[in-house]
Write a protein of this length. Structure first.
Length: 587
């Protein structure tokens, strides 16, 4: 199948999936045809009125009918435009909802590859291009063809010579207009792509604005976004130049056509070949011929833009969705032990394995710690447990059942994750504590969870309590407050497996003590998996796995590892040693 055929197929597929209202679209087309018919009839009626006035007769009925058709055509055009807008907004909403749903179903790996801003652009800009083509431009094509064909037919019946003269003038003008319009198509596609790229840069910069400012990187980001802004300016100016040339060309063409028709037509009137009314009709029909040609040129440009948008949206829709699992087993089977059996993993597109042949056991009612220098695979292990990625080799078992056989939603509902940064979503305190949880939770239940997490005291001091709005990334909360809200969420979620990823790092001593107290209560009776660099937080774990280079180089409790793992023993000595005061030097 050719590329053009494929892109048209994608466009048609998106329109079928979006299901625009056929009834409203049909009504809009029918009303637009009524408007076009009125526009076609208007010059003929004007011819009749002018001929009557030239003969010294005045027929109020003819003048009234002329006014009625003029007003009726205008009203029909307005009604058609409104119906098209309704269909268009519905179509855009359907496409956007479909794309958002699709992106939420994509695996985490998909977001590792592409810019978030570019994906957002697919939802915002590309959907508009397809909607405009399917509604406004499609009806314009229909009415344009009717107007053009009908006008030429009527003109030929009125006077062949004058018609050929008119068509010659218009054809000459469009011989210049069409190449310019084709240039606009390519510029529109380039502008879309550059806008998406700029959106990606700005989304990333503004979401990490504290990092940008902390490292005084404003100049770098200004330069990076400035390149795209400059390119968009260049494309915009080029587009404006072409548009600036198009309008005068079309205006001059119409003026020239009117003058030629007037000069030539006046001679025809003087010879008695046509009446003054017929000449008037010809002048009016010039616009009925030129306007449809402009509409057809616009349709061609919008078609190219929509084809480009559909190819990008189609590529997104064809991305592989996250494996949901066949739910061939339930999460409640077995004893609840989570096992890694011979697990190796390399990130997509990379050859180097991050994990190599791991055998791990996480038992219910125990705490297991993952320790090792950064970059040795601790976070990757957590991502495999969450099923953000699939192992390259080996398998994960839960209660003796491969976790791939468990429904993904059911599996993740058993896991509670408290991360180092404790992410906060824009919304109220209540919405953050109940985030992602099924069912209804009363204020009493939410407050009870907050009290267990040690969060009730600062929530009570907030202006609106549970209804206090938290800004993006929770920047109106301290790190400890964000952690305690995350812990309160875990009390409501009541997970079987609790993952603590550096959950007490970067906290002051008092806040760390409060968070640890909340965590100790939360960890009771669960399968606890702890990641930490500070060994003081894991020395009481039932089992510690020490990772080096994606492999387990030691396993056991704190005392066992001190005796069997020299590297671990050195780290413990380094972190817990009391450095004596340096003696003064004597000269």
């Amino acid at each position: 199948m050719s590329g053009a055929a494929t892109s048209y197929g994608l466009l048609w597929r998106l329109l079928r999936v979006a299901r625009p209202s056929a009834g409203q679209l049909g009504a809009a087309a029918a009303i637009a045809l009524v408007s076009a018919a009125g526009t076609l009839c208007f010059p003929l009626l004007a011819r009749r009125v002018v001929d009557e006035l030239a003969a010294g007769k005045t027929d109020p009925l003819s003048i009234g009918l002329l006014a009625a058709i003029l007003v009726g055509a205008a009203l029909a055009s307005a009604l058609s435009a409104y119906l098209l807008a309704r269909v268009g907004h519905g179509l855009v909403a359907s496409l956007r909802a479909m794309l958002v749903d699709k992106m939420l179903k994509l695996p985490v790996a998909a977001f590792d590859q592409d810019s978030t801003g570019e994906r957002v652009s697919r939802v915002l800009s590309d959907c508009d291009a397809i909607s405009d083509l399917a509604t406004k431009q499609a009806v314009n094509l229909l009415t344009g063809v009717l107007l053009l064909g009908g006008s030429v037919g009527v003109l030929l019946m009125l006077d062949v010579r004058l018609t050929l003269t008119l068509l010659g003038c218009v054809a000459g003008a469009f011989g210049v207009v069409v190449p310019l319009a084709l240039l606009l198509e390519g510029l529109a596609r380039s502008t879309q792509d550059r806008t998406a790229k700029l959106g990606g840069i700005l989304t990333h910069v503004f979401s990490e604005i504290r990092l940008v400012k902390a490292f005084t990187a404003e100049g770098r980001e200004r330069a990076r976004s400035g390149e795209e802004i400059a390119e968009l300016r260049r494309l915009g100016l080029k587009t404006s130049k072409i548009n600036a040339a198009l309008e005068p060309v079309i205006g001059l063409a119409l003026t020239a056509a009117i003058i030629i028709i007037l000069v030539y037509g006046t001679g025809r009137v003087s010879s008695g070949a046509i009446t003054i009314g017929t000449l008037t009709a010809f002048i009016l029909y010039i616009f009925n011929v030129a306007a449809p040609l402009i509409q057809l040129t616009n349709f061609a440009a919008e078609l190219q833009k929509a084809k480009g948008a559909s190819s990008r949206i189609g590529a997104l829709l064809d991305e592989r969705e996250e494996e949901q699992g066949a739910a061939r087993a339930t999460c409640d089977s077995g004893d609840g032990t989570l096992v890694f059996r011979g697990v190796s993993f390399a990130y997509p597109g990379q050859e180097r394995k991050v994990l190599e042949g791991l055998d791990l056991v996480f038992r219910p009612g125990t705490t297991t710690a993952l320790v090792g220098a950064s970059g040795n695979g601790k976070t990757t292990i957590l991502s495999l447990i969450e099923r953000f990625y699939q192992p390259s080799e080996g398998e994960l078992l839960y209660g003796g059942v491969p976790i791939g056989q468990l429904g993904l939603a059911d599996w993740r509902s058993k896991i509670g994750y408290v991360a180092q940064g404790a992410p906060i979503m824009p919304g109220s305190v209540r919405e953050n504590i109940t985030y992602g949880l099924d069912g209804r939770y009363t204020d009493a239940m939410v407050l009870a969870a907050a009290e267990k997490a040690g969060a009730l005291a600062f929530i009570d001091q907030m202006p609106q309590g549970l209804d206090t709005l938290l800004i993006e990334q929770g920047n109106n909360l301290s790190g400890g407050q964000r952690q305690r809200i995350a812990i309160a969420r875990m009390f409501l979620r009541n997970p079987a497996i609790l993952i603590l990823d550096e959950a007490t790092s970067n906290l002051d001593s008092e806040t760390e003590h409060q968070v640890k107290t909340a965590l100790e209560s939360l960890m009771q009776g669960r399968t606890n998996i702890v990641v930490a660099h500070r060994l003081a937080t894991v020395m009481h774990a039932d089992c510690i796995y020490f990772l080096e280079g994606g492999r387990i180089s030691g396993a056991g409790n704190h005392h066992e590892l001190i005796g069997s793992h020299p590297y671990y023993a050195r780290l413990v000595a380094r972190q817990f040693q009391n450095v004596p005061e340096r003696p003064a030097m004597h000269g």
